[in-house]
Design a protein around this ligand. Structure first.
Ligand SMILES: *Cc1c(COP(=O)(O)O)cnc(C)c1O
Length: 346
C-alpha cells in the first residue's frame, strides 16, 4: 500500500522535470520600485502596482484609519451583517468612476468573475470566451454549467459565426479588455456590435485597464467611447488601485440580480475595511493625479521599445504590462534567473 499523499511527490517531480515547478519569492517589504530580496536591493519589474499606490503613504493611512474606525475584520457576509456605510461608499464611488448606475464589491477580482459568470448563465445557456482570457473567467465559465464556446483570440468574426450557430436561452460573451498575459487590447467596438446584433450580453474584465486607460482612468471601455454600452464591467482593486478586492459595475437590475444570485458575494465575508478604505483613497488619487497613469503608460512603451531594440520579440503594450517572447519555458526561466543575478526581479 502506498501512502495516501504519495502521488503529490510524484506530481511535483513531474513538474520539476518539465521546468514548471514554481515557488514564491519572498520580499522583505512593500511593493516599491526597488524591493529587498534576501538582503539585496533589486528592481521590481513584475508587480501589478502600476501607479505606485500599494505603498503610497495616503493609502496606508486610509487603510489604518479604516481599521481603527470599522475594525480589523468585517464579521459576516454582505447580506447578513457585513455591509457598512464604508462598503456602500466605495460601491457608489466605483459606479460613478465607471459611469454606471451601480457597482457591487467582491473580496477579489477572481471571486467577482467566478460569481458573476455563474450567476448570469447556467444550464441551457451559452458563454463565449476569448481563448486567452484570465483563469478566473475560465473557472467562472466552467462553474456556470453553461455550454462554453471558446473563440480565437481577438476574432469578432469568429465569435459572430459561433453566436449564429449556437442558439441558447441566454448568451454571454466575455473578454479581458487588456489581456493579462499578452498585454494587447480586445476589439471592444466590434465585440459590442456583434453582441448587439445577436442579442448577447457583453462582459469585460478591466483588471489591467482600470486606473490606466481612458480620459479619467476608468479603463478600455471609456477609451473606446463605449461607456454605458457594455452590460457587465468587471474590475479589480488589487492592481493599479493598490488595494484588494474586485467589483462589477452596470445597470441597477444587473447589480440587484448579482446581489441575490452571485454565490461568491453571498457566501463570502464582506471585503475587509482596510482594503475598502484604501481603495476609496486610491480613486481620489486617480482623479487628482492623472500624471500617474500617463507616466506608467509612457514608461511601459519606453521599456518595450528599448527591449525590442536589443533584438527581443516584444509586442507594443496596450497598457502597462507586456510580454517579451524568449522561446520555450526553460529559456524564459533561465533568462529570469540571469536577470535576478543582475538585480532585476521579472
Ligand atoms: C488579476 C486578474 C484578475 C483577478 O483579480 P484579483 O483581484 O487579483 O483576484 C482577474 N482578471 C484578470 C484579467 C486579472 O489580470
Amino acid at each position: 500500500m502506498t501512502a495516501p499523499l504519495e502521488w503529490c511527490a510524484q506530481e511535483l517531480a513531474d513538474l520539476e522535470r518539465a521546468g514548471l515547478r514554481r515557488a514564491p519569492v519572498t520580499l522583505s517589504g512593500p511593493q516599491d520600485p526597488e524591493v529587498e530580496l534576501q538582503g539585496r536591493r533589486v528592481v521590481l519589474a513584475c508587480s501589478n502596482n502600476y501607479l505606485g499606490l500599494a505603498s503610497d503613504p495616503r493609502l496606508r493611512r486610509a487603510a489604518a484609519e479604516s481599521s481603527r474606525g470599522w475594525g480589523a475584520g468585517s464579521g459576516a457576509s454582505r447580506l447578513v451583517s457585513g455591509t457598512t456605510e464604508l462598503h456602500l461608499g466605495l460601491e457608489r464611488a466605483l459606479a460613478a468612476h465607471k459611469g454606471c448606475e451601480e457597482a457591487l464589491l467582491f473580496s477579489s477580482g477572481y471571486l467577482a468573475n467566478v460569481g458573476t459568470i455563474a450567476a448570469l448563465v447556467g444550464e441551457g445557456d451559452a458563454v463565449f470566451s476569448d481563448e486567452l482570457n484570465h483563469a478566473s473567467i475560465i473557472d467562472g465559465c466552467r462553474m456556470s454549467r453553461a455550454r462554453v464556446v471558446v473563440f480565437s483570440h481577438r476574432l469578432p468574426h469568429e465569435l459572430e459565426r459561433a453566436l449564429l450557430a449556437t442558439p441558447a436561452r441566454r448568451r454571454l460573451v466575455v473578454t479581458d479588455t487588456v489581456f493579462s498575459m499578452d498585454g494587447d487590447l480586445a476589439p471592444l467596438a466590434e465585440l459590442a456590435s456583434v453582441c448587439g446584433r445577436n442579442g448577447a450580453m457583453l462582459m469585460v474584465d478591466e483588471a489591467h485597464a482600470t486606473g490606466l486607460l481612458g480620459a479619467s482612468g476608468a479603463g478600455a471601455v471609456e477609451q473606446a467611447g463605449l461607456t454605458g454600452r457594455v452590460e457587465v464591467v468587471m474590475g479589480t482593486l488589487s492592481k493599479a488601485l493598490g488595494s484588494a478586492g474586485g467589483f462589477v459595475a452596470g445597470r441597477r437590475e444587473l447589480v440587484e440580480l448579482l446581489r441575490n444570485r452571485a454565490r461568491t458575494y453571498i457566501f463570502d465575508t464582506a471585503p475587509n475595511p482596510a482594503a475598502v478604505g484604501a481603495a476609496l483613497e486610491a480613486l481620489k488619487i486617480l482623479c487628482a493625479e492623472p500624471w500617474r497613469r500617463r507616466r506608467a503608460l509612457e514608461s511601459a512603451r519606453r521599456l518595450a521599445s528599448g527591449i525590442a531594440s536589443l533584438g527581443f520579440s516584444v509586442s507594443p503594450p496596450a497598457a502597462a504590462a507586456f510580454p517579451v517572447l524568449v522561446g520555450p519555458s526553460d529559456e524564459a526561466v533561465a533568462l529570469s534567473a540571469r536577470l535576478l543575478e543582475l538585480g532585476v526581479l521579472v
